[in-house]
Design a protein. Structure first.
Length: 621
């Protein structure tokens, strides 16, 4: 039926980024979805970003991906989280209008040259001589391609659980994808069961907001995309309320009717997104749990009850929701449910997200064992880039743990593996002071421009920001003032006076002083810097010492990362390695000594044995 360079199975957050990246790198691309209403569908929380996830969105944007631009067009409320803490953990989060998010992403895909979109269920992948070369759909139609990307999300052998009722289905009542699951197993893929859950949706008109705490967005909204300086004002509110002991009593009395505790669900769920029955069970001493009421969109009265996912029966759901302040007269329009689905063990992948056992078959998103729109989109982007590079015979594009949260995400999945849906967090990134939201473009846009994804306009903006920040850094470092010129200013900002001349950069290092404040004593014409430029300037000056220290740590880290290991190495031939290490190293085939050192079961002693072996080989002994 058609010949393509790249075929993407899935139009979720992973599939969309993969298809756009591949097409934008000049590859003839086809993207499938069982139902085109599922394009960039948000089956769970109506938001993008948050702690660690906001960093991923900025990195996706800096690389030339779409998620950042799409949420800037469709956000309802925007908030910078963790501002009381250091810049490494400042994380942007925006409430999304789900339907508009879907419509905008679908429109972008429809308008992308070289990208075809098709409604259809892929049932088989075609593999010849160990290499994938196309797919077959439910209508027995064959599509040829040089590379295929699997991004099937929570649809693969999807099964829904509500109380004692369990049935085959994808999220939101959409069709599951069962035949492909069977076909992948036939090709030797080891699939396992994970699960996740979502809360009920209700009508806002049935809620009493006077019993809740209003949650407003930030006064000044901040864009996710480096391509935007302004995104307009907040358009909606959220609300905070709490469960209580009565809620917990109703849930506890019905534990036996929960699919989770009833043992029907075999899939492993996300530790960081537990269902309400899980929370009541695990934190029995807690008197209340907070929940947020969030709008699903501006053109609907449907509200999302964040923090209250469940697989209890519908009558129990109604009973416990009604015990909550403000929800006494709740009218539920979609029940809460849990969904189980098939996914792979990401340790069967290479760092470029290629499935080791079938050449040119790439995997991304929830299918790789992660959870979350942002984690999925980041992997989709990398799979799309690497599929395009692989079929052009070019070097893979891999980001290190010291270069990006995307590098941390993929290295954690592929090298360490995961036994539950993996969620990114700032605590997972050891070099987080360098991997901040504000400098994602400085870390990644040049790399993406070189591989042919970031376009000229993005590259121009990145360059001009870089030059503007560097130029102003020099000006502030060279510009000094005398005590008589500055001490009144310092006093007015509640910080100590100086005895000698001091540079503006030194002044800015003081926590009480912002770049905007310096205007009061600046007699020179200051450049008009954008939000993105001022943020980066301030962080680089205020945290200069800490950043320098982290860069030294990174230099040490890179030593082992740059010791490359060939894929053909048979670790059973290396004397002195422990059996467990031999098995793990031969299974994962690490690409560097650094990666080998992060595999669980490979000890520092094993790494020393490996380094000695490599040294001997280098000397030809
Ligand atoms: C009920 C529920 C609750 C969730 N709760 C959370 C949560 O609490 N926290 C969190 O971080 N994340 C949660 N998520 C996960 C979040 O939705 C996903 O992480 C994200 O959507 C994954 O994106 P993806 O692109 O990998 O897959 P999806 O968004 O699931 O998209 C998969 C795509 O693949 C297509 N597809 C599948 N099989 C085929 C086939 N054979 N042929 C053609 N097309 C196919 C589908 O049509 C769809 O377009 C939840 C998801 C669900 C469903």
């Amino acid at each position: 039926m058609g010949e393509y360079d790249v075929i993407v199975v899935g139009a979720g957050h992973a599939g969309c980024e993969a298809a756009l990246a591949s097409a934008r790198m000049g590859k003839k691309t086809l993207m499938f979805s069982i139902n085109l209403e599922a394009v960039a569908m948000m089956p769970c929380n109506p938001s993008i970003g948050g702690t660690g996830k906001g960093h991923l969105v900025r990195e996706i944007d800096a690389l030339g991906g779409e998620m950042g631009k799409n949420i800037d067009k469709t956000f309802i409320q925007s908030k910078m989280l963790n501002t009381a803490k250091g810049p490494a953990v400042h994380s942007l989060r925006a409430q999304a209008d789900k339907n508009k998010y879907h419509v905008e992403m679908k429109r972008t895909i429809e308008n992308t040259p070289g990208l075809d979109m098709r409604q259809g269920e892929v049932t088989d992948i075609i593999v010849e001589n160990g290499r994938v070369c196309g797919v077959v759909t439910k209508t027995h139609t064959w599509y040829k391609a040089e590379a295929v990307i699997l991004a099937t999300g929570t649809f693969l052998a999807g099964k829904i659980f509500i109380g004692d009722s369990a049935f085959s289905s994808g999220p939101n009542g959409l069709a599951p994808s069962c035949e492909l699951a069977a076909n992948l197993k036939k090709h030797g893929m080891k699939l396992r069961r994970f699960k996740t859950g979502t809360p009920a949706r209700c009508l806002g008109s049935s809620l009493d907001y006077s019993k809740m705490e209003e949650q407003r967005g930030d006064e000044k909204t901040v864009p996710f995309s480096f391509m935007n300086d302004e995104i307009g004002d907040n358009k909606g509110l959220c609300w905070l309320t709490y469960t209580n002991e009565e809620t917990h009593r109703v849930i506890r009395e019905n534990f036996h009717r929960s699919a989770l505790f009833g043992g029907q669900i075999e899939g492993i769920g996300p530790r960081y997104c537990p269902s309400i029955e899980d929370k009541v069970n695990r934190f029995a001493d807690k008197k209340r749990h907070q929940l947020f009421i969030e709008p699903e969109g501006l053109d609907t009265d449907e509200m999302y009850i964040q923090g209250m996912s469940s697989s209890l029966p519908e009558d129990v759901q109604l009973a416990f929701y009604k015990t909550i302040a403000g929800l006494e007269n709740i009218r539920i329009v979609r029940p809460a449910y849990a969904i189980e689905y098939d996914c792979i063990d990401p340790q069967d992948l290479k760092l470029n997200l290629e499935y080791r056992a079938i050449e040119n078959l790439f995997c991304a998103g929830q299918f790789n064992g992660s959870s979350g729109y942002e984690e999925a989109a980041a992997q989709g982007l990398m799979a799309g880039i690497n599929a395009a590079l692989k079929i052009s015979g070019r070097e893979p594009f891999i980001l290190g743990r010291d270069e990006a949260y995307i590098g941390v995400l993929i290295d954690d999945l592929v090298t360490k593996g995961t036994n539950e849906p993996y969620r990114i967090m700032t605590s997972r990134a050891e070099y987080r002071l360098v991997l901040r939201q504000d400098n994602a473009d400085q870390r990644l846009t040049e790399k993406s421009y070189k591989i042919g994804l970031a376009d000229e306009e993005r590259y121009r903006r990145y360059k001009s920001k870089k030059e503007a920040v560097e130029k102003e850094m020099i000006r502030l470092t060279e510009k000094t003032v005398s005590p008589s010129e500055v001490n009144a200013f310092l006093e007015s900002h509640g910080t100590s006076p100086v005895n000698g001349r001091i540079s503006f950069a030194e002044l800015l290092k003081r926590p009480q002083i912002t770049y905007a404040d310096l205007k009061e004593i600046d007699d020179e014409t200051r450049p008009e810097l954008s939000y993105h430029e001022v943020t980066q300037l301030e962080v680089q000056i205020k945290y200069e010492g800490y950043i320098a220290k982290q860069l030294q740590q990174i230099a040490r880290f890179k030593k082992l990362e740059n010791r490359r290991l060939s894929e053909d190495l048979d670790y059973s031939e290396i004397e002195g390695l422990r059996l467990e290490a031999v098995q793990k190293l031969n299974q994962i085939k690490p690409e560097s000594v650094g990666q080998a050192s992060r595999i669980s079961g490979v000890s520092p002693a094993d790494i020393n044995v490996l380094l000695v072996y490599l040294e001997k080989r280098k000397r030809g002994n």
